[in-house]
Structures are given as structure tokens and as C-alpha cells.
Design a protein around this ligand. Structure first.
Ligand SMILES: [Zn+2]
Ligand SMILES: [Zn+2]
Length: 132
């Protein structure tokens, strides 16, 4: 019979960061590092400098905030464009209806060529309708 010993090393993951004062590498177990990042609590570099992550001002969070702001701006622009497009279509539909009916929307009379009549008599109205 034979015997021996076997040692199993638990695998531990480490993260590292550098001291912003002296540049020393600070190695900390991953979970601990995560806690430090989230909480912004103080820790020490090997040379005794006090370090801390800035949980709110961290780069990732800042980028995320900027990204969200950009997304919001884009959505607003998109909505604005959609709105303008809808208004334009509405105006076009209205104009088409007027021309089809041959009835002037201002003086409510029928004309053979209502567009010509409007161009002559209600140019402002027509321009406004086309622009809106
Ligand atoms: Zn240091
Ligand atoms: Zn008219």
C-alpha cells in the first residue's frame, strides 16, 4: 500500500491597482477589491499611502452617465423629427383634401382651380400650410 499527501490550493483571484502617489502596485483579492470599488473605502499602498476608489466618479460610471445622456438626446431628436414629419404629412393631407374638394378653406366657396385661387387670394395661408 502506498500513501501520500495532496494539497489542494483554493484558487483565489486577485485584482491590482497602482498607488496614485508612489506608483506601487497594490494587489487585493478580487471580492475585496470589488467591495472597495463600490464602497469607496480607504485602503493602503505598501508604502502606507491612503488610497480610495471614487465610487461615483469612477470612469465606468461616468462613461455610463454620458452614454445615457447621449441616448436621451438622440431619443429627443428622433421624437422631434417624428413630430415634424407627422405635422408635414398632416399639412400635405389637408392640402390634398382642399384641392380634391375644390373648396377654399378660407372663403368656403368652390373653385374650378382652388389652388390658383388660393395662390392669388390666400398666399399666406397656403405658405403657412406648406411650411407647417
Ligand atoms: Zn504609495
Ligand atoms: Zn378663398
Amino acid at each position: 500500500m502506498s500513501s501520500g499527501s495532496l494539497s489542494i490550493q483554493p484558487s483565489i483571484a486577485f485584482d491590482w491597482t497602482t498607488c496614485c502617489v508612489c506608483g506601487a502596485i497594490v494587489v487585493i483579492e478580487q471580492n475585496q477589491m470589488h467591495k472597495l470599488r463600490v464602497s469607496g473605502k480607504d485602503f493602503y499602498c505598501p508604502n502606507g499611502h491612503v488610497l480610495a476608489f471614487d465610487p461615483e466618479g469612477s470612469k465606468e460610471k461616468k462613461l455610463e452617465r454620458e452614454l445615457n445622456a447621449t441616448k436621451l438626446r438622440l431619443t429627443t431628436l428622433q421624437q422631434e423629427r417624428d413630430y415634424q414629419q407627422r405635422e408635414k404629412e398632416k399639412a400635405e393631407r389637408k392640402l390634398r383634401r382642399i384641392l380634391k374638394n375644390g373648396v377654399c378653406p378660407c372663403c368656403h366657396r368652390s373653385f374650378v382651380n382652388v389652388k390658383f385661387h388660393m395662390e392669388v387670394k390666400h398666399k399666406d395661408y397656403l405658405t403657412k400650410l406648406m411650411q407647417s
